[in-house]
Write a protein that binds this ligand. Structure first.
Ligand SMILES: CC(C)(COP(=O)(O)OP(=O)(O)OC[C@H]1O[C@@H](n2cnc3c(N)ncnc32)[C@H](O)[C@@H]1OP(=O)(O)O)[C@@H](O)C(=O)NCCC(=O)NCCS
Length: 138
């Protein structure tokens, strides 16, 4: 499976909406809002199978805002492939405390818990785990 990435386009939004729907653990946004951020889609020969949305904070930080992989393609390295496109040395994110899969995923990639926000999320209410990683400069 050859994976490629490219920036999100307006025409992709219906597919992104479907990816969100298939991933209730992901943040559920108005998909137009993704165009205001650094949003990258991941494609294989079938089309878009995942996306990552982040806010670039120059000169050397990034905040991951959302990441979702199509259920048929999970646990095959797609999330890792998208995460690896982010090269800012300092990387931040918030994740629902109940989202054990995502917390495991980010831990595997070197993110450490740096904070806890009580009842940060609504619909449903949940705490946020704040995580950060520092990429080693090569
Ligand atoms: C979290 C998510 C992006 C991971 O994507 P993925 O492509 O399945 O992840 P990868 O295949 O790259 O997995 C890398 C590692 O993450 C961890 N991981 C991934 N899925 C896991 C699961 N279901 N249970 C436990 N650990 C898991 C493992 O350590 C895995 O390594 P391994 O397969 O060698 O054990 C994906 O599960 C997803 O879309 N979840 C729903 C949306 C979401 O929660 N997004 C996060 C918003 S902050």
């Amino acid at each position: 499976m050859a994976l490629t990435t490219r920036p999100l386009k307006l025409a992709d939004l219906p597919v992104i909406e479907e990816l969100q729907r298939l991933n209730p653990a992901a943040s559920q946004w108005n998909t137009l809002d993704y165009l205001a951020y650094h949003t990258v889609v991941c494609e294989d020969e079938t089309g878009i199978i995942a996306f990552l949305c982040a806010q670039l904070i120059p000169p050397d930080e990034v905040e991951i805002l959302n990441l979702a992989v199509h259920p048929d393609h999970k646990r095959k390295g797609v999330g890792t492939f998208l995460l690896n496109t982010l090269t800012a040395p300092t990387q931040h994110l918030d994740v629902r405390q109940s989202n054990v899969t995502a917390i495991n995923f980010y831990r595997k990639h070197g993110f450490k818990k740096v904070g806890h926000r009580k009842k940060y999320y609504t619909r449903p209410t949940d705490d946020a785990i704040m995580m950060t990683r520092q990429l080693k400069r090569s």
